[in-house]
Design a protein around this ligand. Sequence first.
Ligand code: SAH
Ligand code: SF4
Ligand code: F3S
Length: 440
Amino acid sequence: MTAPKKLFIKTYGCQMNVYDSERMAEALGGQGYTEAKSADEADMILLNTCHIREKAAEKVYSELGRFKKLKAQKPDLKIGVAGCVAQAEGQEIMRRQPLVDLVVGPQSYHRLPEMEEKAREGEKVLDTDFPEEDKFEKLKRRPKSKRGPTAFLTVQEGCDKFCAFCVVPYTRGAEVSRPADRILTEARDLVERGVREITLLGQNVNAYHGAGANGDLTLAQLIWELDKLEGLERIRFTTSHPNDMMNDLIEAHGTCKKLMPYLHLPVQAGSDKILKRMNRSHTAESYLRLIERIRAARPDILISGDFIVGFPEETEADFQATLDLVEEVKYGTAYSFKYSTRPGTPAAERPQVDPVEADDRLQRLQALLTRQQREIQDSMVGREVGVLFEKPGRQAGQMLGKSDYLHAVHVADCDRQAGDLARVRIVSSRTNSLAGELID
Ligand code: SAH
Ligand code: SF4
Ligand code: F3S
């Protein structure tokens, strides 16, 4: 038996990093690590990092700087950097911050136990290879420990789209789908451990084409396989690319009861000139027609999106086209960002928009998106929705959960447990949540 040690993981970035952090914690569990409540009590700290925008990447170095004192007090403390900054910057991290003992890229997490051993022996270790094997197969979930009612499950990783602004194809590598049987085994295990809702993850999740018993499965076919799992109540997936939104997936939104009426479908911009320069390979018009077809299959579906403003050479007229598209779609939620130059991507070399102008556009876009979000949330009042309860609220007897549309809902005087799915009537809408009552 190895002596018990404490591990603290801090996660940045997208849901895939959340999933990866769980896998890393389980892998290091085999090395005798249990979860530390804070960095102060840890024997090992791992930062699971994001490289998507400059600010995200810089955060890592300021966070590492804060560990200097801790490491001086505790020389045996090991510090590791994982995730997309690890992949993008590799050795450079150890050069900039010598207190780092270990750097591991997202494709090498299954090698973490042996890397940890080497780090314990005082070696500096780095692994940012892109191996052929399925790392998740080697990173099996440790069986049967109980867990919360919702879980992420990565089914696809990497991206071949090469949008001109984006680092993901470089940090996560080429698009790869996991075989269906492994996903189904993992899903069954999650359900046995109390999970009621699974969100399938991929940087391009709807491009999924994993091997099945009779040839490759599409994402819709995988969803129908998961639909058969008794005990699993809800299925979601994220993030989708408009060009991979196939007919069978659109149809599933109308016919698969477990598939929730929520779709994150980033468009990035509303001007065809900008979309072309972004290498998005869809137009504003084709996106709008796609949304129409999805709404024909599932009229109440809540659409979510991502936007970039201030992309190189974006004019006021181009930006206006983004506002027009937003007006037409009506987003239930959205994430909007000011363009951030990423070294090594094609757009980094192009003429940049004045940052003050870009800030102004971002504010205008966010004002519109916030208004739409609020209107759609308010329109839930009086409606009956499904709610999956996740945890007790701050007030006695109150339970918190998510609606089918992914709105946060709280119910007072609630006799249900975490993991229960109930019908709820929405009675009021607050800033970031809805209040509801159980329907018996
Ligand atoms: N695979 C997804 C999302 C990838 S990253 C997709 O295809 O849409 C999440 C979001 O970050 C993107 O949708 C985009 O809006 C934003 N993003 C990516 N690179 C960026 C950059 N260089 N500057 C600002 N925002 C960026
Ligand atoms: Fe990045 Fe584009 Fe791939 Fe999304 S589709 S991960 S934005 S390159
Ligand atoms: Fe960030 Fe990597 Fe996810 S760059 S958004 S953590 S894929």
